[in-house]
Design a protein around this ligand. Structure first.
Ligand SMILES: Nc1ncnc2c1ncn2[C@@H]1O[C@H](COP(=O)(O)OP(=O)(O)OP(=O)(O)O)[C@@H](O)[C@H]1O
Length: 311
């Protein structure tokens, strides 16, 4: 980076306090408070319409809050001394003049922002677009446009990155690249706040999560802690043609047995060997016996169940 490695400092901390946004009929964001720490990737999650984009836009002063405030390093975005060098943001796939090349698009931004011209080349290289530098924007794929948007956000070498659904349009290789890239930025001490609805990807990417539903905070904390906090912990998953017999065999034990819509037994409170022994003793034939740990997707669905995202 041009001016040395950023270190985790409080000027890269995001603090959202009692933030609300009322549109005519919809309370898009409702008394929302959370913090986002430097040196970590924070996943911002919520069902469609939960208020993620509105929150990110309020952080960047693109939408005025009805009440509350959002600060970056203790200041509201419009009060930052040098916002482009402080905060980089990608809110939607990059738009650029169709006939302009990728490198020229970035050079135009550099010129407008008073940044050195070579930052355009550096940022393009950072996102792996150097081979397409001289191709026109109209020929870029959606994934390439996403990368160009990230390159534009990186021009000012910002300490804080805010990205709305950056994996949209990326192929599996692109998603893997994005994960490494964002983790690398956090490892340099930057703050990385990224909204996504790809929960399995978030489990691989994020250190912390902020989960919202219907405009309100549902849970925030380190991913492992949020997953570990769920009442429904480890379950044993069993496929058997003799489900009733196995359920009877387990009835006197400490486990609780549920049957899902495909007839698979989900057993909580006992481990897989215990279930296996009970099956053997009862002469029950097993086709599958696996230990199922809670993942972010299950936790998310449990936490947001019944809280309509679309209002
Ligand atoms: N400019 C606006 N005028 C009126 N209502 C709006 C406006 N922007 C957003 N909303 C409403 O506010 C709510 C939250 O929308 P928002 O786009 O912030 O959610 P989101 O979590 O980003 O959703 P998604 O995952 O679908 O992108 C929705 O009900 C939406 O219809």
């Amino acid at each position: 980076m041009s001016d040395g490695q950023p270190r985790p400092t409080n000027d890269a901390q995001i603090v959202v306090t009692g933030l609300s946004k009322q549109y005519r009929n919809v309370r898009a964001v409702n008394n929302l408070s959370f913090t986002v720490e430097p040196g970590r990737v924070t996943g911002f999650l919520g069902p469609n319409g939960a208020g993620k984009t509105t929150t990110l836009r309020m952080l960047l002063n693109l939408v005025t809050p009805t009440t509350g405030q959002a600060t970056i390093g203790g200041r509201r975005y419009p009060d930052l001394a040098d916002p482009l060098r402080h905060v980089g943001a990608v809110l939607e796939a990059s738009s650029a003049h169709k006939g302009r090349t990728g490198i020229n698009h970035l050079r135009v931004i550099c010129a407008a922002a008073g940044l050195p011209r070579q930052r355009a080349d550096e940022a393009l290289a950072m996102v792996g677009l150097t081979p397409a530098a001289k191709r026109k924007f109209k020929g870029y794929s959606l994934g390439m446009k996403q990368r160009l948007g990230i390159a534009a956000a990186m021009l000012g070498d910002p300490r804080v990155l805010i990205l709305d659904e950056p994996a949209n349009g990326l192929d599996p290789e692109g998603i893997r690249w994005m994960r490494g890239f964002l983790k690398g930025l956090a490892a340099e001490g930057r703050t990385v706040l990224v909204s996504s609805h790809l929960l399995s990807e978030m489990q691989l990417l994020a250190d912390d999560v902020v989960i919202i539903a219907a405009g309100q905070l549902v849970r925030q904390g380190p991913v492992d802690q949020v997953i570990g906090s769920m009442a429904q912990g480890v379950r044993v998953r069993v496929r058997t043609p003799q489900a009733e017999a196995l359920t009877r065999a387990l009835a006197d034990g400490p486990g609780t047995v549920e049957t899902d819509e495909q007839g698979i037994l989900l057993i909580a409170g006992v481990d897989a060997p215990t279930v296996g022994r009970a099956a053997l003793a009862a002469g029950v034939e097993l086709h599958e016996l696996t230990t199922e740990r809670p993942d972010l997707e299950r936790v998310f669905l449990e936490l947001t169940a019944g809280k309509a995202g679309i209002r």
